[in-house]
Design a protein around this ligand. Structure first.
Ligand SMILES: [Fe+2]
Ligand SMILES: [Fe+2]
Length: 274
């Protein structure tokens, strides 16, 4: 289905059962919705506090600032992407669902902005996230491809990153936020899986093939993004590289298994590590 030819379907014509999966995620998203005031602002420190010399503390803050900047940048992409999905999705249930995702992603950006204020502003942009943004927003022209890369892959692959950040920032606002995002992105991913199933029900072999080739274009950029370290984090990057690569390989294999469970023949997907 190309973006220009999307049909407009009225809710009454829909087969309710067919779309029940997506609707379930809409209801789940409504129940899981949270507000900025629920977060422990001013009760606990924004980021982990470091003892030591002024230089050491400044270096630590730079690390956290760059971690937060990268997630902020990712959520800006998610705001734009969810707005596109809301506009493009022809199905009533999917539009309902995406109306909640747009709100989630924009609330995520709001929270990152507040955290950035606390740590002294943004750090360097991740060029690979910019590349992913161009690909997702401008280069892909089918709804099936956008849902597939954004929700099935990207949102699934960033969840372990939130867990990792939460684990190294115990007792901070940053940890609280990452725990919320783990839940939210779990819902975003689950909804994407459910909707992709609906979209692929009558998909042609050619459409399925396009999804696999889009995944092949995206995965190497995602790897660069996941392993990218700005100067502030370069020293950590070197020390953690092997573990990062191992973890990333497992995550990508998971992503490929999910694609397989959608009935896509992913034997042509080339994992960037193999
Ligand atoms: Fe988000
Ligand atoms: Fe998300």
């Amino acid at each position: 289905m190309s973006v220009e030819q999307l049909p407009v379907e009225s809710p009454r014509e829909e087969d309710a059962e067919r779309h029940a999966g997506v609707l379930r995620y809409y209801e789940l998203a409504k129940r899981a919705e949270w507000h900025m005031a629920d977060m422990p602002w001013s009760e606990i420190p924004p980021i982990p506090e470091t003892r030591g010399s002024v230089q050491k503390r400044a270096r630590r803050t730079d690390v956290w600032r760059s971690v937060i900047t990268q997630q902020y940048q990712a959520d800006i992409l998610a705001v734009k992407m969810s707005a596109q999905l809301l506009n493009l999705a022809p199905h009533h249930e999917a539009k309902l669902y995406y109306s909640t995702m747009v709100q989630d992603e924009s609330r995520h950006v709001e929270a990152w902005l507040k955290l950035l204020e606390e740590v002294g502003g943004t750090a360097e942009r991740d060029p690979y996230l910019d590349e992913l943004a161009r690909m997702f927003l401008d280069d892909l022209d089918m709804l099936e491809e956008k849902v597939f890369l954004m929700q099935v892959f990207f949102e699934r692959l960033i969840i372990p990153r939130f867990r990792l950040i939460a684990r190294s920032s115990r007792g901070t606002v940053l940890e609280d936020l990452c725990n919320r995002l783990t839940i939210d992105d779990g819902i975003h991913h689950g909804a994407g899986m459910a909707y992709e199933r609906v979209l692929l029900e009558n998909a042609t072999k050619r459409t399925r093939g396009r999804l696999v080739s889009a995944a092949n274009r995206m995965l190497p950029i995602f790897v660069e993004h996941a392993l990218w370290r700005p100067p502030a984090r370069a020293w950590i990057g070197r020390a953690m590289h092997d573990r990062d690569v191992q973890r990333l390989r497992e995550d990508l294999e998971d992503g490929v298994r999910l694609a397989n469970s959608l009935g896509l023949d992913v034997s042509d997907v080339e994992l960037p590590f193999s």
